[in-house]
Design a protein around this ligand. Structure first.
Ligand SMILES: Cc1cc2nc3c(=O)[nH]c(=O)nc-3n(C[C@H](O)[C@H](O)[C@H](O)COP(=O)(O)OP(=O)(O)OC[C@H]3O[C@@H](n4cnc5c(N)ncnc54)[C@H](O)[C@@H]3O)c2cc1C
Length: 304
């Protein structure tokens, strides 16, 4: 059955500004929905044309190729309403559309002095991106990763050229270090978070301190994607990169941060290829010096 291209879909849209690294080419087709029905229409159309569908959240953990992304790119950041906040005698439940910023969720926890505010402090991007990546912090605080606060989430699933929303509860998903499995392929459209109603009266001070520490240790004034490599078991990628003498090492417009060796920062004019070449150089150097194979935490998107 032929489906007309929805009006909300545009052709050849540059994606650079949608990635925190500020690099990357164009989406062949692009859609920035505000309504569920628009996501459904765009996906149904893409499936009818046999196009791949790529989802962008806050763009803070992706490397978009300079050659762009074929098929349809859905940018979720305007699909961002808090849908419900409710409390029973034990817990708070927050349901939010996928593109809601983590910082908005943080505010809701902070208002009630609840502990999830602490690990959310300084985490960029959307709530759905947090679920996909099981985002979190290394410090041994409770909670420290999304797995601990997600109650359930809804995914727009594809079946042939049809789409339908399916709900997944926390226990149905495989949660790993900076990765989740068991719900793909699909577009996460909403996330429900929950936490015990047990206030921590020092939480505001703790959040303030966590923000100060991030500012001190991370190059937050330069474009980056946060930690570029996963920490190998029992070690820190940043320590290995620094010990390999790579702090400040530069290829084109991409540089190993002087402040935090696991951050790659970019300057105006940098390309995705510069970042990719620098990542390959880091991997090879650390492998040669320490016999450890670093794995990318950042997800490459598009045509390489
Ligand atoms: C300065 C800085 C500091 C950071 N610090 C941390 C940290 O302390 N801890 C940490 O864990 N991470 C950190 N990160 C990395 C990043 O912020 C997290 O991984 C974040 O959760 C990614 O969310 P996002 O919305 O930006 O996702 P994106 O980067 O846009 O996407 C990540 C993946 O999720 C998929 N995706 C996004 N939304 C959807 C959706 N609605 N449906 C289906 N798939 C989707 C994308 O296709 C992609 O595969 C940091 C990044 C920066 C720039």
């Amino acid at each position: 059955m032929s489906v007309e291209m929805p009006q909300i879909v545009q052709k050849n849209v540059n994606l650079k500004e949608l990635s925190t690294w500020r690099v990357g080419g164009c989406a062949e087709y692009f859609c920035r929905p505000t309504l569920l029905v628009e996501i459904e229409q765009a996906c149904r159309w893409a499936l009818s044309q046999a196009l791949d569908i790529t989802v962008l959240g806050g763009g803070s953990n992706i490397l978009i190729s300079d050659n762009g992304i074929k098929g349809l790119v859905l940018c979720m950041r305007d699909f961002a309403k808090i849908l419900e906040v409710k409390e029973d005698e034990k817990k708070i439940y927050i349901k939010a559309e996928a593109g809601t910023k983590k910082s908005e969720i943080l505010k809701l926890f902070l208002k009630r002095n609840l502990s999830p505010a602490l690990f959310l402090a300084g985490l960029p991007g959307d709530v759905a991106g947090g679920v996909v990546m099981n985002a979190g912090v290394a410090e041994k605080i409770i909670p420290r990763e999304f797995v601990e606060i997600v109650e359930e989430f809804e995914v727009l699933k594809y079946e042939g050229d049809q789409v339908k929303v399916v709900k997944y509860c926390n226990q149905e998903i495989e949660w790993e270090y900076r990765h989740t499995n068991g719900w793909q392929p699909g577009v996460i459209v909403s996330v429900t978070l929950s936490w015990k109603l047990e206030p921590d009266n020092e939480i505001r001070e703790k959040v303030k301190l966590a923000n100060q520490i991030r500012l001190q240790k991370q190059p937050l004034k330069q474009p980056s994607c946060g930690s570029t490599f996963r920490n190998p078991d029992g070690d820190k990628a940043g320590r290995l990169i620094e010990q390999a003498g790579l702090k400040g090492f530069k290829i084109g417009g991409a540089q190993v941060s002087e402040k935090h060796a696991n951050f790659i920062v970019t300057e105006e004019g940098a390309t995705a290829k510069d970042i990719k070449r620098l990542m390959d150089h880091i991997i090879n150097t650390v492998q040669q010096k320490f016999g450890i194979q670093l794995q990318s935490e950042v997800i490459p998107l598009g045509e390489w």
